[in-house]
Design a protein around this ligand. Structure first.
Ligand code: NAD
Length: 454
């Protein structure tokens, strides 16, 4: 398997994909390892995860370089991601004992009642490449914490990072047979689906997620899917500062080249401030430095996958055919690598793919709306339900609007962010199940009810 540098299109390294025999051997080892790992006291498991976090920070520069090289993420954003993901470890340190320890429900009466939270067993974590630290940690750290063994399959676009997770987890004290890293693409993922595992935790596209849910349905084990989004942002006319709103919206759309599950994917702006907002938005985007992800100050690097350039260019062509105006960017950039200049389009509407299909790249459509009701209807007009944001000077007005939206997360005056204290969950085609928060701590457990007499 060739690991490609998206900034140049050249091969960085060659890895060998796991064969079916290797996959089966690794799974057999995990089944044995899980039994031992589950007996390690919870406090010790927490301490090992904290140690892992320390090792990551000690190796920050090297890890950021690897992440940047294989995904094209600008180096500063790679550093931000790695440092930011430490908040999952802080959350585990703060809350794990509280939510995983035995709960005593009744101590009096003929029958005493208790609940314990047992691990599921060996779980598969089939993961994505766009934020491998964040989305990986949401699953594998919390699964290990609860006493599971993890069959982790990093995306084929973030395999070097996945191997580093494995090495540092082992170094921190996770037994080698409690965490396995499976190298390969869809074929190796399929092997995990064929295996007899105790849970399937997937982060990736709607198409693959739906396929996985159907494929493993008859196993009757927990399945969680963290999938894509077409996340809207509505800017009300009462925002305190239109220019600042445009700067924040642009960052929400173009950070990590728009390759975030909760990136702002479409913008609606009240007609009273539309022209001012659009001008400020284009001004801001025109300041973004595009180029070598290793160079300090680069904000837009290459896309991670070559194919996604065609998706973006075809969304632009479709939108133009239907009357949209390209105000900025939307063209290939440079003579090597997978670069597109960030595209800003106006005169857009919901007949265009750009406003309906996940773009997952450096493109945004900005649509004018007459009032909150129109914005609300447009925001809801999607098959996805991950996040939605409103910028406003009036929290009550903004909250009234977001309350009615069928998304797992709503933002007021912020966007494109994840907090470990809150449940991370999608509705409709954005997935099912929960990671993060106390619910995400328990997501990797099964409760056992004790009824104790005498
Ligand atoms: P993808 O679906 O192409 O791949 C995800 C993983 O599935 C990879 O590891 C891949 O090798 C594996 N896979 C592919 N086919 C498989 C099969 N048949 N059987 C088993 N495994 C298979 O998605 P991607 O391109 O890696 O990620 C981008 C998508 O992920 C976007 O839609 C994005 O919105 C979404 N995402 C969602 C969240 C979230 O928290 N909701 C977070 C990050 C990314």
């Amino acid at each position: 398997m060739n690991i490609i540098n998206p900034a140049t299109g050249s091969t960085i390294e060659k890895l060998t994909e796991d064969t079916p025999v290797e996959v089966n051997n690794k799974i057999a080892a995990l089944i044995e390892g899980q039994k031992i790992w589950a007996k390690v006291p919870l406090e010790e498991r927490v301490a090992i995860i904290i140690k892992y976090g320390d090792l990551v920070m000690e190796n920050l520069d090297e890890l950021a370089k690897i992440l940047s090289l294989e995904t094209g993420k600008p180096i500063q954003q790679a550093i931000n991601e790695i440092k930011g993901a430490q908040n999952r470890i802080d959350h585990i340190q703060k809350d794990a004992l509280k939510w995983l320890q035995k709960e005593i429900i009744t101590e009096e009466g003929a029958t005493r009642e208790e609940i314990t939270f047992e691990p599921l067993g060996v779980i598969a974590n089939i993961s994505a490449w766009n934020f491998p630290y964040n989305v990986g940690y949401n699953v594998f750290l919390y699964a290990l914490l609860a006493g599971n063994a993890v069959a982790y399959k990093p995306s084929e676009f973030a395999s070097l990072t996945g191997l580093k997770f494995r090495d540092l987890l082992w170094e921190a004290g996770i037994p080698k047979n409690a965490f396995g890293c499976f190298i390969g693409g869809a074929e190796v993922g399929e092997m995990l689906l064929e295996a007899d595992l105790d849970g399937y935790f997937f982060t990736g596209s709607y198409k693959t997620g739906k396929y996985i849910a159907q494929k493993v349905a008859s196993k009757l084990v927990p399945v969680q899917l963290e999938l894509g989004g077409k996340d809207p942002l509505y800017v009300m006319e009462d925002v305190a500062d239109v220019k600042q709103a445009a700067i924040n919206a642009a960052e929400g759309a173009f950070y990590n080249n728009g390759q975030s599950c909760c990136a702002v994917e479409r913008v609606y702006v009240h007609e009273k401030i539309y022209d001012e907002f659009v001008a400020a938005f284009v001004d801001e985007v025109s300041t973004y430095k595009i180029g070598d992800p290793m160079e300090e100050g680069t904000f837009i690097g290459p896309l991670t996958r070559a194919d996604q350039m065609d998706v973006i260019l075809s969304q632009i062509a479709d939108a133009k055919n239907k009357g949209a105006k390209v105000l900025y960017g939307g063209e290939r950039w440079g003579d090597k690598g997978y670069y597109l200049t960030p595209a800003v389009l106006s005169n857009v509407d919901h007949s265009m793919d750009l406003m309906k299909e996940e773009s997952f790249g450096p493109i945004i459509g900005i649509q004018k709306v007459k009032n909150d009701q129109e914005a609300f209807e447009l925001m809801k007009d999607t098959a996805y339900g991950l996040t939605a944001a409103v910028f406003s000077g009036n929290e009550l007005r903004a909250k009234e609007l977001v309350e009615g939206l069928p998304t797992g997360t709503v933002y007021v005056n912020c966007c494109d962010r994840v907090s470990p204290n809150l449940p991370w969950t999608g509705r409709k085609n954005s997935g099912m199940g929960v990671t993060l928060s106390y619910m995400g701590i328990r997501a990797f457990t099964q409760p056992k009810a004790y009824q104790l007499r005498g």
